[in-house]
Write a protein that binds this ligand. Structure first.
Ligand code: HEM
Length: 426
């Protein structure tokens, strides 16, 4: 038996998803139960599950039968190339994952602590005081700088400046509907039309690639640094493979972390009792970050394309379909997280951990950058709160809206900043 789902025509299902993704998941869950099917035009049906146990059954397919790379390939390949841990499966994926994992382990990224703090301090000093601004954009400036300086390890001011200008353009063009949703067979013809969005995207990509290949060539000749690129160069990956993984880390790690930070402040500014305990109570700050990622998971799904049928909750999902958790629904399972709507960092104090907490996905495809993301969130929240007092000009909570593969605050977290008098000491 196939899992139930809305009977609306697929374009209307897509329109519903685009307008109110969180509401759509909740409504389907209420109506159809913990396993339901959505249909989007031009794609195989997608089955969402709403409990940790069912999610784990999907993650288990990472050992064979489930392809997370294929689920992302069509949208992402123009940007990340053909040698990216995001879009590969099987042995090729395993080879790349093995190269990326060691430099992103907790112990390795801990070495970036002070530099992350310095980058944050440098950027926070430029924020406007006394007038509202969009925090997510400012967070993106910080997380972009971290990628350029600590992940790519670029030190030359000229090159940093060029990448600062080019990378946001690359991400925007590469993530736009006219590039990400362009059927692969139309890429060639569109590339030949100089004013098409695809051709414009290719020009920005070529400019970025020229800088990255130059940097890779230079660094192959120079002694190792502590950045991720230096460590990747030592793994035996070729130049094109290294380039593809650098763009992968940018795409997977920049907007996601900035959006997680934007949600942290969106929530904290509406929870004065929680905010009052920050930033100095370290275990509490860690628990707050986990609770932010639980109530407002940035990434809403972690799908696999099945290459064999899968039994899930009494249904049989056919090969060729997508299956994966709806992360917001799993995080609101009252059996695991009582009163799931309430913001309670205490759930995560004393090292309490739940397998239902999955903002970074699961299985073998678990987010390789999770430790870096958590470190960035911890350090940046601390640096902001030590320097500034933030308020929300509009106290109403911000709704969730779709931004590429993330759920972002509808107004990207509007805040007003004031300096602390006197400044709090670290
Ligand atoms: C709050 C920030 C972040 C969130 C919420 C997040 C979430 C996720 C999720 C849900 C997945 C899919 C996992 C699955 O399919 O089971 C993923 C994969 C991935 N993430 Fe993250 N991520 C974040 C930050 C980062 C950072 C900072 C980096 C690196 C710099 C990164 C690199 C990756 C990569 C390379 C993958 C693909 C892994 C694979 O397929 O083997 N992410 N992330």
């Amino acid at each position: 038996m196939l899992p139930p789902g809305p009977r609306l025509p697929s374009p209307l299902q897509l329109a519903w998803f685009a307008r109110d993704p969180a509401g759509l998941f909740e409504s389907c869950h209420r109506r159809y139960g913990p396993v339901f099917t959505m249909r989007y035009p031009g794609f195989p049906p997608e089955v969402y599950v709403a409990t940790a146990e069912l999610a784990e059954q999907v993650y288990r397919t990472d050992a064979g039968g489930g392809n997370a790379g294929e689920a992302r390939r069509d949208f992402l390949e123009p940007l990340v190339g053909a040698h990216s841990v995001l879009t590969l499966d099987g042995d090729d994926w395993a080879k790349h994952r093995k190269a990326l994992t060691p430099p992103l382990r907790a112990r390795q990224v801990a070495g970036y602590h002070d530099e992350i703090a310095a980058i944050a301090a440098e950027k926070i000093a430029t924020w406007p005081l006394g007038e509202p601004f969009t925090l997510r954009d400012r967070m993106q400036e910080i997380t972009l700088e971290i990628i350029i300086r600590l992940v790519f390890g670029i030190r030359d001011a000229g090159r940093i400046g060029r990448l600062r200008a080019l990378l946001p353009r690359l991400i925007e063009a590469g993530g736009s509907m006219s590039v990400a949703m362009l059927p692969p067979r139309l890429r060639e013809p569109m590339a030949r039309l100089p004013f098409s969005p695809y051709a414009r995207f290719l020009r920005v990509r070529a400019a970025v690639d020229a800088i990255l290949f130059e940097e890779i060539a230079r660094r192959r000749k120079e002694p190792e640094g502590t950045d991720v690129l230096s460590r990747l160069l030592a793994t035996g990956l070729g130049d094109q493979e290294v380039r593809d993984e650098l763009i992968t880390l940018l795409i997977a790690g920049h907007e996601t972390t900035a959006t997680g930070l934007a949600w942290a402040f969106e929530r904290l500014l509406r929870l004065p009792d929680v905010l009052r305990r920050l930033p100095d109570d370290e275990p509490y700050l860690d628990a707050v970050i986990k609770e932010v990622l639980r109530v407002r998971p940035v990434v809403y799904e972690a799908p696999r394309v099945l290459d064999a049928p899968l039994r899930l909750g009494g249904y049989e999902i056919p090969a060729g379909w997508y299956a994966g958790p709806s992360i917001p629904l799993v995080h609101h399972d009252a059996a695991v997280f009582p009163s799931p709507e309430e913001f309670r960092p205490e759930r995560f104090l004393d090292g309490q951990q739940s397998r239902a907490w999955m903002p970074f996905g699961g299985g073998r495809r678990f987010c390789v950058g999770a430790q870096l993301a958590l470190l960035e969130m911890r350090v940046i929240i601390r640096e902001v709160l030590r320097r500034l007092e933030l308020t929300a000009p509009d106290p109403a909570p911000e709704a969730r809206r779709l931004a590429n593969v993330t759920f972002a605050p509808a107004r990207l977290t509007r805040v007003t900043a004031r300096a602390h008098y006197p400044a709090r000491t670290p």
